[in-house]
Design a protein around this ligand. Structure first.
Ligand SMILES: [Zn+2]
Ligand SMILES: [Zn+2]
Length: 215
């Protein structure tokens, strides 16, 4: 596996390109915008785009998904169906956050807890982690011990829950019950900001460190 993380949009959203070295197939996780930059990366790496994976339906994570899916004729997989209302609201999200116009779309495949998605020969396990949005999912690649967590968890912080259908306690439960059991040595790629490990956040994250959540 090869991994390239490139920040896109005014929100510096971490779009990942996951490459299966065995098959030279690749997937974007959360192509939030700047499709030209993302297409350039595909050219540089000389890989075949196989699909687009989405953690959740906020515009800075999905803004370039439809244009890329149409141009490369690849499917969009994810998020969970409970984020459908956010996808339906994409034109309004674009106006609100001053993005270029984006059309609403639905993925080829909605994901649920326990699903597996493939990138070439690589398998990623899907966990449903609601709280930031109701349909938020994360993608875990066990062999490489990497999890893409979108806006669930950040280095030193957690996702906002003040949007419609956000739920703070649900987010904490998602982090404790779905992410922590993956193990301290697992690296996570957040939707914004630097990469970290599960163990580092359990020790130091002011919102969800073990010592902050006790009592
Ligand atoms: Zn978000
Ligand atoms: Zn975000």
């Amino acid at each position: 596996m090869e991994l390239k993380v490139i920040p896109v949009t005014a929100f510096a959203q971490n779009c990942s390109l996951i490459i299966c070295k065995q098959t030279n197939q690749a997937a974007f996780v959360d192509p939030g915008g700047e499709p030209e930059k993302l297409k350039q990366l595909l050219k540089e790496k000389q890989v075949t785009l196989e699909k687009i994976l989405l953690t959740h339906a906020h515009i800075d994570h999905v803004g370039a998904a439809k244009v890329l899916a149409e141009e490369f004729e690849v499917p969009i997989e994810g998020p969970h169906r409970d984020d459908q209302f956010w996808l339906d609201m994409l034109p309004q999200q674009a106006a609100m956050f001053q993005f270029d116009k984006v059309e609403a779309f639905h993925p080829k495949r909605w994901l649920v807890e326990g699903d597996t998605v493939k990138v070439g020969a690589l398998s990623l396990a899907v966990y449903h982690c609601p709280g930031h949005t109701p349909g938020h999912v994360v993608f875990y690649q066990e062999a490489h011990q990497i999890v893409w967590v979108g806006d669930v968890l950040f280095q030193g912080s957690i996702g906002r829950t003040d949007f419609p259908m956000g739920d703070h306690q649900q987010l904490i439960d998602s982090i404790q019950k779905k992410l922590w059991p993956l193990g301290d040595s697992v690296t996570f790629i957040p939707g914004h900001g630097p990469t970290s490990t599960i163990g580092h956040e359990r020790e130091h994250n002011p919102f969800v460190a073990d010592k902050s959540l006790k009592q």
